[in-house]
Design a protein around this ligand. Structure first.
Ligand code: FAD
Length: 505
């Protein structure tokens, strides 16, 4: 009889979830673990690029909540990838509730710089309402179906009751609240906050710690983790087309030992397995839900894949000769003076996609980066931006910056943008809880096949990746924890009460 260590395990996808699962299994003595990756690189949505001599993050940017409970933080400390300040006790203790307090500059569409005294009540109202939105999950109430609808109703109530002393100021504050809704679309990775479920919004949990970055690039984490895997664990350029489970692929029984699962790549190449851990992004699952598994997924998993949200958030990096923002500025907000209806979508995407760009974060420190801004844009407008040439994007954004600063000579030197929607193996950026979603949808996504109660060989197809974490979906730490979770599921499947990894095959 074969020992559990020899179980044939295939992991699909070499992002942090896949790498984490492989590392854990191999460390615990499983010696037949391979990762099939569609592309020629590891890291998935952790992707560090360069703009001139600067490194820039095309994908994940921050460790959200860098403190001891966050496994990405612990690994980054272990590999010595963070600066002293990020590792300090003080930094770990800061509670920001997911909204780091950036020092802002505001520019309006009439070419004016707006002052903080005028904008502060809008920022405060925004924070108060979002904190309220986060509470509905635990309280079980849902006064309206979506975050967007609730936010608009409550914000307009306050604006109409309390901001009436000066109509120009009121309009500007409302326009800024619209900009903050666009920020939230980027944070949530959604087209509009009208798509995000109010009752489910609070499923996302934050950890203590002021978000920090990797001075040498996020991919340093991937490199260190990859170094701990035996050479040739990962097979690159192997896009998987179909996972045939429950002994449905004829070929599997023709070989020496019968494996219940056969993974078929687009090239036609096949791999047999006892267990497959799927870490493919939800965006890809949505697109290929009816063909990726054979037999097809159970209805409850299919419905949850359809119900859960997966949207687009892109970055547009711009390098400048000289800054047009204040020295201490960390975020620039663009306020369109003709937008006071709290709309976070653009009616004519082709003509006005750039209105969805909420503004920029400033890459710090300037001694390292020079003068580089990162623009953020979510939703269908972002997806449309991906189809334009770099020059078209550069020209449009240059016009906007000139208009908002009133300086017709500003000209960014270089541009680099992400294109996550067009990426065929991601199909967007990350998961959000759409209108009508609940914790059960994430549980359904994570549930292994065959479903409990079946007499077929258990744990044939398992699911990890950021979309399968109940409270840390959309993050790197969420993804890593799910990779470990599925590795642990196999470990306990093969472990006797005496702690030995044994045969269940
Ligand atoms: C713009 C952007 C900014 C972000 N910012 C942050 C941030 O600041 N902080 C944070 O914590 N998180 C952030 N995230 C989210 C974070 O990057 C992801 O949650 C995390 O990296 C997901 O890891 P994963 O292993 O689940 O998936 P992925 O990293 O996407 O890995 C999945 C892998 O599966 C492969 N694959 C797909 N289809 C197939 C197939 N058919 N066959 C074989 N392989 C396949 C893919 O190529 C990929 O390598 C950001 C994401 C984006 C896009």
């Amino acid at each position: 009889m074969m020992a559990g260590q020899n179980a044939n395990i295939l992991i699909i996808g070499c992002g942090i979830a896949g790498i984490g699962a492989a590392q854990r299994l191999i460390r615990h003595g499983f010696n037949n673990v391979r990762v099939l990756e569609a592309t020629s690189r590891s890291g998935g949505r952790i992707k560090t690029g360069s703009l001139g001599s600067n490194i820039v993050e095309i994908g994940a940017n921050w460790i959200h909540g860098p403190s001891q409970e966050n496994p990405v933080f612990r690994l980054a400390c272990q590999y010595q990838l963070l600066d002293k300040e990020s590792m300090s006790e003080e930094n770990q203790a800061v509670e920001v509730g997911g909204h780091p307090p950036f020092i802002p500059n505001w520019f309006s569409s009439s070419g004016r710089k707006l002052d903080s005294e005028m904008m502060a009540p809008a920022s405060e109202l925004f924070m108060t309402l979002f904190e309220k939105c986060q509470e509905f999950h635990d309280s079980g109430e849902e006064p309206l179906p979506t975050v967007g609808e609730y936010f608009k109703r409550e914000a307009l109530k306050v604006a109409n009751e309390e901001w009436n002393e000066d109509q120009t100021t009121k309009k500007l504050r409302l326009a800024y609240l619209g900009t903050l809704l666009k920020v939230e679309c980027c944070v949530s990775g959604t087209h509009t906050m009208d798509d995000v479920g109010l009752g489910a919004f609070g499923m996302y949990k934050t950890l203590p710690g002021l978000d920090c970055t990797f001075p040498g690039g996020y991919e340093g984490l991937i490199k260190h983790m990859m170094n701990e895997l035996p050479k040739d664990t990962v097979l690159y350029n192997k896009p998987v087309k179909c996972i045939h489970w429950n002994n449905t692929y004829k070929q599997s029984s023709q070989k020496g030992r019968t494996c219940p699962v056969t993974v078929e790549c687009i090239s036609g190449e096949t791999f047999d397995a006892d267990h497959v851990i799927v870490t493919i992004p939800l965006g890809y699952l949505k697109k290929h839900q009816h063909t990726l598994l054979q037999p097809s997924m159970p209805l409850r998993k299919l419905h949850s894949i359809q119900r859960m949200g997966f949207g687009t958030n892109n970055k547009i990096f711009l390098e400048f000769e000289m800054p047009f923002w204040d020295e201490d500025c960390e975020a620039i907000y663009l306020v369109w003076e003709d937008e006071s209806a709290l709309a976070d979508i653009v009616s004519d995407v082709k003509m006005a996609w750039v209105r969805k760009l909420f503004g920029f974060t400033v890459l710090k420190p300037a001694e390292t980066f020079g003068h580089v801004l990162c623009g953020w844009i979510a939703g269908h407008e972002s997806e449309y931006m991906e189809t334009l040439t770099e020059l078209e994007v550069l020209n449009t954004i240059t016009q906007v910056i000139r208009r908002f600063t009133g300086n017709a000579t500003i000209a960014p030197k270089k541009l680099l943008r992400s294109q996550w929607f067009l990426d065929p193996y991601t199909c967007g950026s990350y998961t959000y809880v759409a209108k009508g979603c609940s914790d059960f949808d994430i549980d359904n996504l994570a549930e292994p096949l065959p479903l409990p109660g079946s007499k077929d060989q258990p744990l044939q197809v398992m699911f990890a990746g950021e979309a399968t974490h109940r409270s840390f979906f959309s993050t790197v730490h969420g993804a890593l924890i799910t990779g470990w979770r599925e590795a642990d599921r196999l470990l306990s499947h093969y472990t006797t009460p005496a702690g030995l990894v044994t045969s269940k095959l």
